[in-house]
Ligand binder design. Structure first.
Ligand code: FE2
Ligand code: FE2
Length: 179
């Protein structure tokens, strides 16, 4: 039993460290993204998404601190660079690719916070669940937003849409019995 819990604890820390660095990259990538978009509504929404990613990063670092841990410096450096490169690339890559790439990544972010919630439960941290599931729900909204932008775009005949996320309610429903 102890081994299972320790394994879950390590997985939780690792997942949160990955999420912290992912949010760092996302923050800078979205900063470049909204600056590259001309449509005012799109600029406003993507700027709001940037803010939400920074907020997630703060929350995740807070959770790590509670667990006696912090982000890994090398991973932080790599993802800082990735975020900066993606942000700069938005200026030259046109409208479609940043929207498409963001949607694909957001789909994975939902799962990342669901995974974190599973690990948290498994190692005796149910108090973290609400925060993690709320982040998963926000990532769900992000995924939906980018999906709606690119759906029907002619290039999706070549670059297939990623698999659609299950309904938003299912994120919390999966944990209601377990919590
Ligand atoms: Fe996020
Ligand atoms: Fe996101």
């Amino acid at each position: 039993m102890r081994t299972v819990s320790e394994k879950a604890f390590r997985a939780l820390v690792r997942t949160l460290q990955n999420a912290a660095s992912g949010e760092l990259a996302a923050g800078y990538a979205y900063r470049g993204h909204w600056k590259s978009v001309r449509n005012v509504e799109e600029r406003t929404r993507i700027r709001q998404i940037e803010d939400e990613e920074w907020h997630h990063r703060e929350l995740v670092i807070g959770l790590l601190r509670t667990l006696g841990s912090k982000p890994r410096p090398l991973r932080e450096a790599v993802f800082w660079t990735i975020g900066r490169i993606l942000g700069a690339a938005c200026q030259v890559s046109g409208w479609f690719f940043p929207m498409y790439g963001a949607g694909r990544l957001e789909r994975r972010n939902i799962v990342e916070y669901e995974d974190a919630a599973h690990h948290a439960l498994a190692c005796g941290h149910p108090e973290m669940l609400d925060c993690m599931l709320e982040m998963a729900e926000v990532e769900w909204e992000h995924e939906r937003y980018f999906r709606e932008r690119v759906i029907g775009h002619p290039w999706t005949k070549v670059f297939r849409l990623w698999s659609e996320a299950p309904p938003k309610e299912s994120i919390r429903a999966a944990f209601e019995r377990a919590a």
